[in-house]
Design a protein. Structure first.
Lengths: 633, 100, 165
């Protein structure tokens, strides 16, 4: 059953090729079917491989299929080989499953766009690259996928490239990612030089065999983590994600919520032995995750653009995933990744549905009272919001709770506290969004009001399916309080993550922590209710009491401006200076100079062409004499 | 009998004289004649070598050289005639079309 | 006897070439050249190449120089052409010619007395030459005949005056 797992990336890859070459001549309907069905096919194979994997005993994992030797150059060698183990399977299922739903949604959302075929080409290409990333068996191939998704991110963010803001946002995403990638590449080099191979099995064996010193592990882990902060939008390289909302909403759902931004988490989980060996790196990961979680949540409080709120929410939630990884609860981090994929993509797609209903409006100040008009979008959106807030019995509760409990158990009390505060803010800003959008007074534009309509079924059906999963997906990872063996998810991932890393707490402590999480979530919801439903003037009063705080949050702590001043402008000015002084003067000067010299030499030599036969004969004679002279001597 | 190298020296002298003639003269016809002298000097060298090597191949080559020189002289003189018709002169300074 | 003949022919040859160089009249130049070619023919004979000697005199001294004289006639210059005005070109070319001469003589210096003498066995009779021509050199022989035809046609076409309008 598991023999065909290596096909998973290639089916969307083949689809991309067909669309790229022949797309211009293919009818729209065919494009939709091919693009969606290719991802569905990958999903089916993923499911089959998953079922087959359950029967494989842990010693035989991971299953590796090597297609051919790609780079064979001494130490720097990499094969085109894929591996199937619980971690890659979960990622593949998420990517193809959620990806398929988003492809279907896009058929409706992008129906009137003139770049329809181009969109699906890029979307398939992204799926291909992402699957390479998660199924690669060595770090070099993973990096290929890493770069590939970065490229697709650029292409899709700047999809409507005629808009200046979209084109700039695409550039920003790619460049910021690149900075992270530079560190990532350094990490890869250190791995290759010191461990001799980039294969994950080989790396794990080297670490297990004690061949890696703690210092080396720390260095490599930190470098790789910088790459992860770029890809997964953590401090300090998160600035591209809010701007990335310029892209079409399904893109935001797929790439910037469910899959690409979680690549960093996957990578850290894949290299978990390295991070565990280096205690420092793991601590850094947890700390950065926690700080980002709360930092982004504060910024989400003040945003008026519905997609921006969700973007900051994504940054914050990924911070939680890194908390999980950092404290050693890798399974919990992956669990949150898995549930987050469902409810975050649901939230984005539902937001897209709202925008579609309102003919493109995304400012929440111009919404309100929409729940009467959007009978499918509203409930699904609500389910997503409840899930992310951490209300019990939905998936978000189980995953977030798992992380925070483990953080507490590992005595990372500071991180736990930050996580709890973040949970309050999460609940608050999500329900702020809900209340502003669906409840209260209608503040719509007349135009939007006239065209208000629920989205077509091709868009609402994925919403329903995702909502379904947002509720139920968490039940595979029940907390330990309900029984030692209850957490199927963690047990499934045991071959990848060393078991016994999850420290134990007393039962009562666990229940207490659960209660605190629940209380905190409900608190946040209640405060949002107070602020936005009961007494709608409260926000204004709070703002007028603390105007500078509000301004700071609203302007995203001025980080973009700081980066501009410190990094971007000097680079631009420096480049211009180099251009003027070196490029124009030296390089162009050399080329033009060479041309001028050639012309000059030609003119000078042409003086020899007198037109007289005798002069030519003279030259001949001289040549003969010289040549004879040379032969004689 | 005569050492064959004398013939070589004679051939060389004739060749040098041909070159001298070519550079001294200013009219086309005489310059062409100088070329013929050079050809003949070469012929002499060939025949001398044929004698020295004891084979007749050198003579056969001279046979061909003479033939080809005849053809070349015919065509060359035809061209000189044409040029003269155009320019009404056979002085080489007047033939400067390829200047520059 | 052979030595005397050689020196006579050689001196005559070189002398007439020199005279050709000095003289300014084209007709005189041509006639001196005829003399030079005839002497060369004699020298060929001395070198055991009777057939080539005959060919030289018939074709070179006979046909080619006649062509030259015809052209000189048609060009029909009243006065001779003065020599090169600039003297330095004379000396320069003379110098170069001497340099070449010296170089070539140096080139053959090893052979001065090693090559043997005239009066050996093989003479270039037509039979022998014919045998070589029609076996080893058949291909060039045939090509040369084509060449001659081409030259013939070419010369005629070139000089024919254009068709009357």
């Amino acid at each position: 059953m598991t023999e065909y797992f290596w096909l998973i990336p290639f089916i969307p890859g083949a689809s991309t090729l067909v669309l790229a070459v022949f797309g211009k001549w293919l009818p729209k309907k065919y494009v939709s079917y091919q693009a969606c069905l290719s991802v569905l096919a990958s999903f089916v194979i993923s499911v089959v491989s998953f079922l087959g994997l359950l029967k494989v005993s842990p010693e035989n994992l991971p299953l590796v299929k090597t297609l051919f030797g790609w780079i064979i150059s001494g130490v720097f060698s990499a094969n085109l080989s894929f591996q199937l183990d619980p971690l890659s399977t979960i990622m593949a299922l998420v990517v193809t499953g959620v990806g398929f739903l988003i492809h279907v949604y896009s058929v409706g959302y992008m129906a009137h766009d003139k770049g329809y075929t181009r969109y699906f080409t890029y979307l398939n290409l992204f799926t291909f690259a992402m699957l390479i990333l998660v199924m690669a068996s060595n770090i070099v191939l993973m990096f290929v996928g890493w770069e590939g998704v970065g490229l697709c991110s650029y292409l899709l963010i700047g999809f409507w490239f005629e808009k200046d803001s979209a084109a700039s946002a695409g550039k920003k995403a790619f460049i910021v990612n690149r900075i992270g990638d530079a560190a990532f590449i350094l990490g890869i080099f250190f791995i290759l030089i010191n461990l001799g191979s980039g294969e994950f099995r080989a790396i794990n064996e080297a670490i297990g065999g004690g061949l890696v010193s703690q210092g080396l592990a720390t260095l490599i882990a930190l470098l790789l983590f910088v790459g992860a902060t770029g890809k997964s939008a953590q401090i300090p390289l998160y600035v591209w994600l809010p701007d990335a909302m310029e892209g079409p909403t399904p893109v935001s759902a797929l790439i910037h919520a469910a899959t690409m931004v979680t690549a960093g988490v996957y990578m850290v989980s894949r290299m978990n032995l390295l991070f565990t060996l280096s205690g420092v790196a793991a601590q850094v990961v947890a700390l950065v995750g926690a700080l980002t979680a709360i930092y982004a949540a504060t910024m989400a409080l003040t945003q008026n653009d519905i997609k921006r709120v969700l973007a900051y929410s994504t940054i914050s939630q990924i911070g939680y995933m890194f908390i999980g990884c950092g404290v050693g609860a890798y399974a919990a981090g992956m669990f949150h990744l898995y549930t987050h994929a469902f409810f975050k993509s649901l939230l984005f797609l539902a937001a897209g549905s709202v925008m579609h209903a309102l003919s493109g409006e995304l400012d929440m100040r111009k919404m309100g009272g929409l729940r009467k008009y959007l009978p499918l979008t509203y409930p699904t959106f609500l389910i997503g919001a409840i899930a992310i807030a951490g209300v019990p019995f939905l998936s978000g509760f189980f995953s977030k709770d798992a992380i925070l409990t483990q953080a507490f158990a590992q005595r990372q009390y500071f991180i736990w506290a930050l996580g709890i505060m973040g949970a309050v803010l999460t609940a608050f800003y999500m329900f702020r969004l809900i209340f502003l959008t669906f409840f209260g007074q209608e503040r719509l534009d007349a135009q939007a009001r006239a065209h208000l309509h629920e989205s077509p079924r091709v868009m609402t059906l994925p919403l329903v399916i995702l909502a379904f999963f947002s509720v139920l997906a968490g039940y595979v990872g029940l907390p330990v309080v309900l029984g030692e063996k209850a957490n199927l998810f963690t047990r499934f991932l045991e071959p990848v993550f060393q078991p016994g890393h999850e420290a134990g707490l007393t039962m009562s402590m666990e229940w207490l922590l659960i209660l605190i999480s629940v209380a905190v979530a409900l608190c946040g919801i209640y405060i949002a209710y107070l602020f936005y439903l009961k007494s709608p003037h409260s926000p204004h009063r709070l703002v007028s009491r603390f105007p500078r705080v509000y301004k700071l949050l609203y302007n995203k702590y001025y980080v973009d401006e700081i980066y501009n001043a410190v990094f971007v402008n000097p680079t631009v000015k420096g480049s211009e200076a180099v251009y003027d002084n070196f490029d124009l003067k030296v390089i162009d000067g050399t080329i033009n100079g060479t041309a001028a010299a050639t012309g000059f030499t030609g003119k000078a030599l042409s003086l020899f062409q007198s037109g007289l036969v005798k002069d030519y004969a003279l030259a001949l004679l001289l040549g003969v004499i010289l040549f004879l002279g040379y032969l004689l001597l | 009998m005569i050492p064959i190298s004398y013939f070589f020296v004679l051939s060389i002298v004739l060749f040098a004289l041909g070159i001298l003639a070519f550079f001294i003269k200013r009219d086309l016809i005489t310059m062409f004649m100088a070329v013929e002298i050079m050809l003949n000097a070469a012929n002499l060298a060939f025949i001398a070598l044929a004698k020295a090597a004891g084979s007749l191949h050198g003579q056969v080559i001279v046979f061909f050289i003479i033939t080809v020189a005849a053809a070349e002289a015919a065509v060359g003189l035809a061209i000189i005639l044409l040029v003269f018709r155009q320019k009404k002169s056979i002085k080489t300074e007047d033939m400067r079309l390829m200047k520059g | 006897m052979a030595a005397f003949l050689f020196f006579l022919l050689a001196v005559t040859c070189v002398g007439s070439v020199l005279a050709m160089i000095i003289s300014r009249n084209q007709a005189h130049n041509a006639l001196f050249l005829v003399l030079a070619f005839t002497c060369l023919g004699g020298l060929f004979g001395l070198l055991d190449a009777p057939f080539i000697a005959a060919v030289q005199i018939i074709i070179y001294a006979g046909a080619i120089m006649v062509l030259f004289i015809f052209v000189v006639m048609m060009v029909n210059l009243r006065q001779g052409i003065t020599r090169e005005k600039k003297k330095w070109t004379l000396f320069f070319s003379g110098g170069l010619a001497i340099v070449l001469l010296v170089e070539l003589i140096l080139a053959i210096r090893g052979t001065f007395f090693a090559l043997g003498r005239t009066g050996g066995e093989k003479t270039g009779t037509p039979t022998e030459l014919g045998r070589l021509l029609f076996t080893d050199y058949l291909y060039p022989f045939e090509i040369t005949s084509v060449l001659i035809i081409a030259a013939l046609v070419g010369a005629i076409v070139l000089v024919k005056k254009g068709a009357k309008e």
